[in-house]
Design a protein around this ligand. Structure first.
Ligand code: SF4
Length: 703
């Protein structure tokens, strides 16, 4: 790290990667980021992981888009065929005026000819709250429907669905820092040391002071070294395991009767339902011994204060909503909600996925999760948006939109900072769909795989190049401050949105993100008592906050829930097998996820020098015994084939992966995990089953 002589200036901001939302101090030299240090933010207290400390230089990568691009008349057929360092055979440079006109006219023409429903939009969880708000408004106001979504659909949509249904709010009930006050914590379907590394440091501290950590995951995680119990259950059997734990709590009357009577509904139906799920019966399904199930149930129910954390191992299943329902019921049974050291916490993925969802970048809700079907809500927004008619039908979700594109029903898209050509399940299907679009506008910082299919590409700003608010997994609204200027002619996303909105006929006159934030406050109760001035002073405020000097509520729902009669609900969950189970042709289980050094589709971290040097090559993990059977040495290639496609990828030996499983990170375009994944959806959250596909693993030399 540099001393004061090594840099010209210093700015405080927020890490652009994961939902932990670490606050950083960025040192700048000659207009570039020289180094990054953690500062005393509420979620990190000076700590950073490798991405936050060494990952910022992606913003200076030579692949950055610095001028608007328009597809050439003589370009080759649309496909995944553009070299990001040499896009000129496919695209030509354009002025902003020309590019914005072309982008807007294309969308307007489709609206005029086919109707507003022919255009859909994907916004981004990597942008600010103000930009997310503007994006959903652009689609809703500009095209008269709710077909607008973002990557929450691919990570925690099922968790939000279950939380909204049973607790009445989609956000966490307690910050992860509350683990400091807990006696017991369950971490299920989450690998925090890789995916939420700074949060993981709090979990480790918790065990050092005697807290009992219970890990439940089909894959052994690094965190298991710190755990009292490691339940490595069979993939896809979460409901069996969780129902068995709750069966013990019910049968042994370990539940908190007073809490259940005072704060919940549906207990008696739930109790009757859960009686069938005995540990003995469920053990056969989930592979965990009945005595272990009993011990874990007694430990959790007997704790004074206990928390539950979960990740995409819970949510990315066709039964993801049922998985989350079980976790909610487990916490309610034992009264582990609403007090310090208790709570439900789905660890959110991208840096601003909580904020983008709060801002209404989802098809069924306006900002602050106000239903599009509620006439009073539509009336409120008609007032704020000055007379706009709003559709009362929930819109289509990410995968549903791509299906409509594939069928030719949606003909134009505006995609801001999302990369469905990498992130959608069965991604070859998504790529074929994108190639068919009559008009695709992509706004991004790099020529992503999705931008390969664009008609117009608008060069945008990375988070360190703009100012705005972002909201982390803890419900903490923070100020992301501009650290450096965007390169070339790249603009801030909110500015581009405003320019495009005016061109499609919307009466938008924002001159600053602060004006957008003020408009958001008109409809979002979560922002009561939060002002831009206050955020600049305090750098973070946890919502809800009950006054200008209240730092915000780390724990919510002490006095009841934002549901009918203030009561949370028990919703019974049944065992549903994965959509596709192993058979003779595809005998193993594929699961996908992230790695410590790489972020999502890799567009940022694979262009960060240190991160790419540490983890430069596509890889998968297999148990050593599986590799031996295949006759493949660690470091050799394997071929992975599912019903949707095949990839060849370097294999690592990893005892944490069960012998019948393969783990494949999804950041690598050269072995794109989503060529293989199953697009089957959870019926409630509409999230795809990324965590479970039937796969055949082969030695390519023997095929
Ligand atoms: Fe950034 Fe997340 Fe790492 Fe913190 S834990 S430095 S927010 S990637």
């Amino acid at each position: 790290q540099g001393d004061s002589k090594d840099f010209d200036s210093e700015q405080q901001s927020v890490c652009p990667f994961c939902g932990v939302g670490c606050q950083v101090s960025v040192k700048i030299k000659d207009g570039k980021v020289k180094s990054v240090e953690g500062i005393n933010g509420p979620a990190n207290e000076g700590r950073l992981c490798v991405k936050g400390r060494f990952g910022f230089d992606y913003i200076h990568h030579p692949h950055r888009l610095t001028k608007p691009l328009i597809r050439r008349e003589d370009a080759p057929e649309k496909g995944l065929n553009v070299d990001p360092s040499n896009p000129w055979t496919h695209f030509r440079e354009a002025t902003w005026e020309e590019a914005l006109d072309k982008a807007a006219h294309g969308l307007q023409d489709l609206r005029s000819y086919y109707g507003g429903q022919s255009v859909a939009g994907f916004g981004s969880a990597k942008c600010t709250n103000e930009e997310a708000y503007l994006f959903q408004k652009f689609i809703r106001q500009g095209f008269g429907h709710n077909n607008v979504d973002h990557c929450t659909r691919l990570c925690h949509a099922s968790s939000v669905s279950a939380l909204m249904e049973n607790v009445g709010s989609g956000a966490v009930t307690a910050t992860f820092n509350e683990i400091e006050n807990a006696d017991v914590a369950i971490v299920i379907g989450s690998n925090p040391t890789e995916n939420h590394p700074v949060a993981a440091t709090y979990f480790k501290q918790f065990t050092k002071r005697g807290g009992e950590l219970i890990i439940m995951d089909p894959r052994g995680t690094a965190m298991k070294r710190h755990a009292k119990h490691m339940l490595q259950f069979r993939p896809g059997t979460d409901v069996s395991l969780l129902n068995a734990i709750m069966n013990v709590i019910v049968e042994e009357k370990l539940y908190d009767r007073q809490y259940i009577e005072g704060f919940t509904e549906g207990f008696f139906e739930f109790r009757d339902h859960i009686r069938a799920f005995t540990p003995e019966r469920m053990s056969e399904l989930c592979g965990i011994a009945p005595e272990v199930i009993r011990e874990v149930a007694r430990t959790f129910a007997g704790a004074q204060r206990a928390m539950i954390f979960w990740g995409m191992g819970v949510s990315q299943h066709i039964h993801g909503t049922d998985n989350a329902r079980c976790l909610i019921s487990l916490a309610l049974l034992c009264g582990h909600v609403g007090r310090p050291g208790t709570g439900l916490h789905p660890l959110r993925g991208q840096n601003n996925v909580q904020g983008a969802s709060d801002a209404g970048l989802i098809p069924q809700f306006m900002p602050d999760y106000q239903s599009v079907t509620d006439p009073e809500v539509r009336s409120l927004f008609r007032h704020i948006w000055k007379g706009t008619d709003l559709l009362d039908q929930p819109g289509l979700t990410v995968v549903e939109i791509m299906d409509r594109v594939y069928r030719g029903e949606i003909k134009g898209m505006y995609i801001l900072g999302e990369n469905p050509a990498m992130s959608d399940p069965d991604v070859e299907h998504a790529r074929r769909a994108l190639a068919q679009l009559d008009h695709l506008v992509v706004q991004d910082i790099f020529l992503t795989e999705t931008a390969n299919f664009a008609d117009v590409i608008l060069p945008a700003s990375a988070l360190p190049e703009k100012s705005g608010t972002v909201t982390n997994t803890n419900r903490q609204v923070q100020v992301a401050r501009k650290v450096v200027d965007a390169p070339g002619e790249a603009r801030e996303d909110w500015e581009i949105l405003v320019a495009l909105a005016r061109r499609i006929g919307l009466d938008w006159d924002y001159d600053d993100p602060r004006e957008v934030f003020d408009e958001m406050k008109m409809s979002m109760r979560s922002l009561h008592h939060i002002t831009w001035k206050r955020l600049e002073r305090d750098s973070a405020v946890t919502y809800p906050t009950f006054g200008p000097d209240d730092p915000g509520q780390s724990v919510v729902f002490a006095d009841g829930f934002p549901r009918r009669a203030g009561r949370a609900k028990f919703t019974p969950a049944r065992v549903t097998p994965p959509a596709e189970v192993p058979d003779e042709s595809f005998p193993m289980i594929l699961t996908t996820g992230r790695q410590l050094e790489h972020w999502h589709t890799g567009s940022m971290t694979r262009r960060a020098t240190v991160l790419d040097a540490v983890e430069p090559e596509a890889n998968c993990s297999l148990h050593p015994s599986t590799l031996r059977k295949l006759g493949v040495e660690p470091g050799g290639l394997v071929r992975l084939t599912t019903r949707r496609g095949a990839v060849e990828v370097m294999a690592r030996a990893d005892r944490a992966v069960a012998p019948d499983m393969v783990f494949l990170p999804f950041a690598y375009v050269e072995a794109a995990a989503n060529i293989l994944t199953n697009p089957a959806l959870d019926p409630f959250g509409k999230i795809p089953e990324f965590k479970y596909s039937a796969v055949r693993v082969e030695n390519p030399e023997q095929v």
